[in-house]
Design a protein around this ligand. Structure first.
Ligand SMILES: *Cc1c(COP(=O)(O)O)cnc(C)c1O
Length: 380
């Protein structure tokens, strides 16, 4: 038998209590019992998103909410801007294209964050741009984009909204939707929300709801107005993934019990320890600018294929970490520390990384990473 560990940036481990909750007999989604669950979930989602708005719920992976954020906010031929500095930024661009939106990209070198000035410049060059699509945390590169500064630029423009894919940021770092004027914030269930994949969420500002009113792109399942109306009656428009909603109720209780501030602190501390540990081993962070607290992206040592690292660590120690994608494939590996993660997950990941790198012939001082992680987590 081999014990398994999941340290990939989604799906992430699910707390045992939540797994047990989700194994209970299924509740009918039109029964009064379900409405009680949904009422609590709706209230607590507002706490998580730090918003007064209704948080929409869809049964899909996160990309479903991304697609809905194009089809519900724009019309064919509308101008949009996508910040493209990784896989998920590319996805924004591709969804816009699929819906005949006239999309431009602010291209950002992988591993870098976009500069607010570059976004402002693009907006000044094309005043017709109605929507700016961005990731808060670009999971493919491990970078954190300065969404607050970008929101500051967009909030004064009446005809432009900001859509933030916060799938590995919400519940990891402070992202107060209403306070920062983030017009749309979306997330999915399988990352910081510690659930299996299958739910997607989006919350819209009043300004963004105004865009929904004018949108003429085709939509059917991901119809934001329809879902909002149903939620107002403690129902979902269509059959939701009931078990995941039951799990979500428990997750949101636990997040509330810990308190958002503590949740952000915990992620900050795990991220800090992981970064210090890999650097103490002589490795280099892939992220040039501010890294995301959800995961740490690291260059594989000179001459060692990152694919070998992820393969060996899985086969020999039952640990799943992520490799790089596209241009970063074989060159980087990514260790996640989001959601149901604690200090001994970092210790486990670093310890296994040391063992694997040693086996692959990388020269470094054994325990240097562990020592740095322990110092960061537990003090001198
Ligand atoms: C995981 C992720 C998504 C959504 O991917 P799905 O596989 O559709 O859930 C989108 N954006 C970011 C930043 C992500 O990390």
């Amino acid at each position: 038998m081999q014990k398994k560990y999941l340290f990939a940036p989604g799906p992430t481990p699910v707390p045992e209590r939540v797994l047990a909750d989700m194994a209970l007999p299924i509740v009918h989604h039109r029964a009064p019992e379900y409405s009680v669950i949904l009422q609590e979930v709706r209230d607590n989602l507002k706490y998580l998103f730090q918003t007064k708005q209704e948080v929409l719920i869809f049964t899909s992976s996160g990309t479903g909410a991304m697609e809905g954020c194009v089809s519900n906010l724009l019309s064919a031929g509308d101008h949009a801007l996508a910040v493209r500095g990784g896989k998920f930024g590319e996805r924004w661009f591709d969804i816009c294209k699929a819906y005949s939106v006239d999309v431009k990209a602010v291209d950002v070198e992988w591993g870098h964050a976009v500069s607010p000035e570059a976004v402002e410049k693009a907006l000044n060059e094309d005043p017709e741009i109605k929507a700016v699509y961005i990731q808060a945390s670009e999971t493919s590169t491990g970078i954190y984009h300065p969404v607050k500064e970008i929101a500051d630029i967009i909030k004064t423009r009446e005809n432009t909204i900001l859509i933030v894919d916060a799938i590995t940021a919400l519940g990891v770092v402070d992202l107060p939707q209403d306070e920062w004027c983030l017009d749309v914030v979306l997330t999915g269930s399988q990352k910081a929300l510690m659930l299996p994949p299958g739910l997607a969420f989006a919350s819209l500002s009043d300004k963004a709801w105004g865009f929904v009113e004018k949108s003429t792109l085709p939509k059917y399942y991901f119809d934001f107005k329809k879902e909002k109306k149903s939620l107002g009656k403690n129902q979902n428009a269509y059959t939701p993934n009931v078990q995941l909603i039951v799990g979500l109720r428990e997750i949101l209780r636990e997040i509330k019990e810990e308190g958002l501030e503590k949740v952000f602190e915990r992620h900050g501390s795990l991220a800090n320890a992981t970064r210090l540990a890999v650097q103490a081993m002589g490795l280099k962070l892939y992220t040039v600018d501010e890294p995301s607290n959800a995961l740490t992206a690291v260059w594989a040592p000179e001459g060692i294929d990152a694919g070998k690292i992820t393969k060996l660590i899985r086969e020999k120690y039952g640990i799943t970490i992520a490799g790089g994608q596209d241009a970063a494939k074989g060159r980087i590996f990514r260790i996640a520390h989001l959601g149901y993660a604690g200090c001994f997950d970092v210790i486990t990941a670093i310890s296994a990384l040391e063992a694997v790198l040693k086996e692959l012939g990388y020269k470094f001082e054994l325990c240097s990473g562990l020592k740095a992680a322990q110092k960061a987590l537990f003090g001198e």
